[in-house]
Design a protein around this ligand. Structure first.
Ligand SMILES: Nc1ncnc2c1ncn2[C@@H]1O[C@H](COP(=O)(O)OP(=O)(O)OP(=O)(O)O)[C@@H](O)[C@H]1O
Length: 242
């Protein structure tokens, strides 16, 4: 099986800071991959390089066999990379429905029938548990629900790769349970890359976990391997051992 996405020597500097430092990374189709690491480790910068929000200082990004390193974000979206970043794409004054209608219209650019737009929007809102809030202005949704709305907007694109940056922040325990089911459902026909600080969530969901520290990959493995890794415990999990 060929990788869906690879990076080689991927780096991004901000002034003298190496936020992402020479990262070689491989993601296989169908994976749910977790990304963890301490604050400032470079996780958000790394996935921003994958989706084209920022460009690398050096290195390459390959997606589905093609070099996408220099492509702008909207062209990566067209190739099937969708991402959600801490409510940066939600329009507060538009309803939840209208927010999701934007990416649905983009996907259905050939056949814009009202019925197909409606079914695309409501499908994404139902999957994320937001259907009964469809007419609420997005800015009036609870914080966690705005995060889910971003996921709905990503899903509406029917992506091949969905990148989620801390999607469970602000969700209640019950909502997190639903979210775990949702991600498993999404992973039946998409690859998922998820930055997540909530360890039980990432341990339950991810097939493999990549640990970032100071811009580099510190460790990679199954949840079991990562939990047992002493370097990870030192850098991040804060577990006492000795
Ligand atoms: N636009 C920017 N300009 C300057 N420095 C930046 C910029 N974006 C990120 N950084 C710095 O790069 C480093 C990595 O940040 P990044 O947000 O990628 O880490 P992170 O692992 O996602 O952290 P967190 O878990 O806190 O979200 C940090 O030191 C951060 O301050």
């Amino acid at each position: 099986m060929k990788p869906l996405l690879t990076t080689s020597g991927l780096s991004r500097r901000f002034g003298g800071l190496r936020a992402v430092d020479d990262v070689d990374f491989t993601l296989m189709p169908g994976e749910i991959r977790g990304i963890i690491g301490p604050n400032g480790a470079g996780k958000t910068t790394f996935v921003s390089l994958l989706c084209g929000r920022i460009l690398p200082s050096t290195g390459t990004v390959m997606f589905d066999g093609a070099d996408i390193t220099g492509l702008p974000a909207f062209r990566r979206v067209r190739r099937g990379i969708a991402y959600t970043f801490q409510i940066t794409s939600v329009f507060a004054k538009l309803s939840a429905y209208d927010n999701v209608a934007l990416p649905v219209q983009r996907r259905l650019s050939d056949s814009r029938s009202t019925a197909s737009i409606r079914s695309g929007v409501m499908g994404a809102l139902e999957r994320t548990g937001l259907a009964d809030r469809a007419s609420m202005p997005a800015g009036e949704l609870a914080y966690g629900h705005q995060r889910l709305l971003e996921v709905a907007m990503g899903l509406a694109l029917k992506p091949r790769l969905l990148i989620l940056d801390e999607p469970t922040q602000g969700l209640s325990d019950g909502e997190i349970e639903n979210f775990i089911d949702l991600v498993r459902d999404i992973a039946r026909d998409a690859t998922v890359l998820i930055i997540e600080h909530n360890m039980p969530v990432v341990m339950q969901l991810a097939g493999r976990i990549t640990v970032f520290d100071a811009g580099r990959i510190l460790a990679e493995g199954t949840p079991h391997e990562i939990r047992a890794d002493l370097r990870v415990q030192d850098a991040y999990l804060g577990t006492q051992h000795g």
